[in-house]
Write a protein that binds this ligand. Sequence first.
Ligand SMILES: [Zn+2]
Length: 213
Amino acid sequence: MRIVMMGPPGSGKGTRAHIISELYGIPVITTGDMLRGAVREKTEYGLEAKVYMDRGDLVPDSIVNGIVKDRMGKPDLAKGFILDGFPRSVNQADALDEILKKKDVELTHVLSVVLSDKEIIERLSKRRSCPDCNEIYHLVSKPPKKEGICDKCGAKLILRKDDKKTVIRYRLLVYKETTHQLLERYEKMGLVVDTDGEIPFDELHDHLKKLLG
Ligand SMILES: [Zn+2]
């Protein structure tokens, strides 16, 4: 199974990726993990990427694509993979197609998490984060034991700038612009499978099993 995950911020895309990983015994690979791995292993692309990351800049596609290509050649992906956060542009999707073609394999699913803007804003704006240990809470679904205080380390919880309503609306806009073309491309290839973002957590396991077979 070779899956690409797609979904707006706050849609539960990562949660689904991890459940699928457990169900089918295939690894989740995120762009962040791939970048950090390449930097750690000091690969050619990793060293190039580090220059950008140290400056706090976005790593250009040419380098990211190279890192993905290296990662795709590793033996732990023989049974398949779940890509989370890649591809993010048509350019990256082209690169992925080429990499897979050379390996003589194809994507099997593009799992698209569908959730209304209203629900996404509701979820993200109720998120509270710990600035010290990065633990994430939610005022409704996962409140801290003591209001405003991190359970793990006792720090005062904050609403991240990213999770403020105006910023969320902007993030959603950016997300839609970048993914619209990608979804269209994968629709044409007959790969897109929708998953309802409102399915409760305890039903996700069965839902995904049914969806992917
Ligand atoms: Zn904390």
